[in-house]
Design a protein around this ligand. Structure first.
Ligand code: HEC
Ligand code: HEC
Length: 270
């Protein structure tokens, strides 16, 4: 089995995505919360085509200080302010070099028809219901992973799966997103190299879109208020209970056992 997988690895090394350019990274960190390049207006205007619809000199002055530009009564800036509900773009303190890089990036994106953020850059909180749903299907194996990787459900459970639930070979992922955070989760899904996952996914990594949809699904699951499956709780309680019982016996032997406070014991009358 490993021989076969090793052979596949040699024949078809997975294409690794290039990291984002400095301008793309800058745009993601400083601008993407309010602007898109090809996905329409957000808090601020769509920036696809902005180099074509404005003079570069105007953009340079605007980016140096949007606030000052608006206050000076510049007609374009004032009408943008009105159109975007009076939200003022903050002064971004860009260096000349950063501004030039961004301008080049805007032109490049316009030529390409848009620059959507890569999976690693997009926040799970921006996911559409369809993306979350697809993440669930990929997790459950209802839809196969593009590169043939095993469905996550074989080893992991999360709350809200079908009657049978997920596997118990590895950690329940219900709260993994809450624990790892968006930035912590992305590299885990990109590599899937923990424990036995390494052997399974080194040759069949998730596509960027799959990484994003699974992240969106796991984020959704961690936010969902419904309690985790009862029988699953029972399983874990069984293990945890066994360990606790062993520990408890140890404590009893050590002579430090305190009776746990009775749950639901009525308080004194008031
Ligand atoms: C907090 C939200 C916010 C952030 C962050 C932000 N902008 Fe803006 N941007 C706006 C708004 C709103 C406008 C419309 C003008 C106004 O109301 O101030 C705008 C306008 C613009 C315009 C003019 C668009 C046009 O159609 O002429 C450009 C260019 C621009 N922003 C670039 C950037 C860049 C580059 C960054 C990151 C370095 C950035 N913005 C970060 C909210 C934002
Ligand atoms: C063959 C079993 C197996 C499969 C299949 C599998 N995993 Fe894992 N996964 C593990 C193991 C083992 C760990 C290490 C932690 C543990 O022991 O639970 C892990 C850890 C993780 C973690 C880190 C959890 C945390 O809270 O730190 C994430 C996230 C994860 N897996 C996601 C996935 C996703 C998404 C898939 C499907 C594409 C998947 N796994 C498929 C076995 C598996």
């Amino acid at each position: 089995m490993t021989g076969v997988l090793g052979g596949v690895l040699l024949l078809a090394p997975p294409a690794l995505a290039e990291g984002p350019s400095p301008a793309a990274a800058l745009f993601t960190q400083r601008c993407r919360s309010c602007h898109t390049l090809g996905e329409g207006d957000k808090v601020g205007p769509e920036l696809l085509g902005v180099m074509e619809r404005r003079e570069e000199a105007w953009l340079t002055r605007f980016l140096a200080s949007p606030g000052a530009m608006i206050d000076s009564g510049d007609a374009t800036a004032v009408s943008l302010l009105q159109k975007f509900n009076g939200v003022r773009m903050p002064d971004m303190q860009l260096s000349d070099e950063q501004r030039q890089q961004l301008f080049a990036y805007f032109r490049e994106c316009t030529k390409k028809g848009g620059c959507k953020p890569s999976a690693a850059e997009r926040m799970a909180s921006d996911a559409t219901p369809e993306e979350i749903d697809r993440g669930r299907r990929l997790f459950e194996g209802g839809e196969p992973l593009a590169r043939g990787g095993a469905a996550c459900i074989g080893c992991h459970d999360v709350r809200g799966l079908g009657v049978a639930g997920g596997g118990t070979l590895a950690r329940d992922l219900t709260f993994s997103f809450a624990r790892l955070g968006d930035r912590g989760m992305s590299p885990v899904l990109e590599k899937l190299e923990q424990g036995v996952m390494q052997g399974l996914y080194a040759q069949a990594p998730l596509t960027e879109q799959e990484q994003y949809e699974l992240k969106a699904f796991l984020a959704h699951v961690s936010r969902d208020g419904t309690p985790p499956r009862a029988d699953r709780d029972f399983f874990y309680l069984g293990v945890v209970g066994l360990l606790a019982a062993l520990g408890f016996i140890g404590i009893v032997r050590g002579g430090h056992a305190d009776a746990p406070p009775a749950a639901g014991k009525p308080r004194g009358d008031t």
